[in-house]
Design a protein around this ligand. Sequence first.
Ligand code: FES
Length: 154
Amino acid sequence: MTTAIANMDIKEMLARYERQRPNLIPILQAVQEELGYLSENAIDAVADHLHLSANDVYGVATFYTQFRFTEPGKHMIKVCRGTACHVQGSGLIVEELARKLNVEPGGTTDDLQFSLERVACYGSCALAPVVVIDDKVHDRMSPKKTLEVIEDCE
Ligand code: FES
């Protein structure tokens, strides 16, 4: 999505919300749903719409873990960091992915192909370790199996 289109979409979206501070979180959620993250331009537009400063908007948004501030990759890799998955080696999976893709957890590869995140218990502990790639749950994963799935995405 080009910046021009993104800006236009954000303006249209903001027009649906009254200029009231209680609308801040619903607006941020809608923006993230549309863009995949909260860009600097989007934060500025939201602040302008609600007559707040960009710092105020950042201050609220950074309080919630649901918001991202960098553009997500085409593919999202989430490795469970819950206890069962940790015991079964999810840390090794993260290390291998970070090494192979050259990206830190919480980051996105330079080519915007992959984002890597560590997430709380996914609720499938019996299937540990769990890796979720593009919303598909992969159970009993190993570093090698995870890299094979990743290669199929490329
Ligand atoms: S600890 Fe990973 S799914 Fe529960």
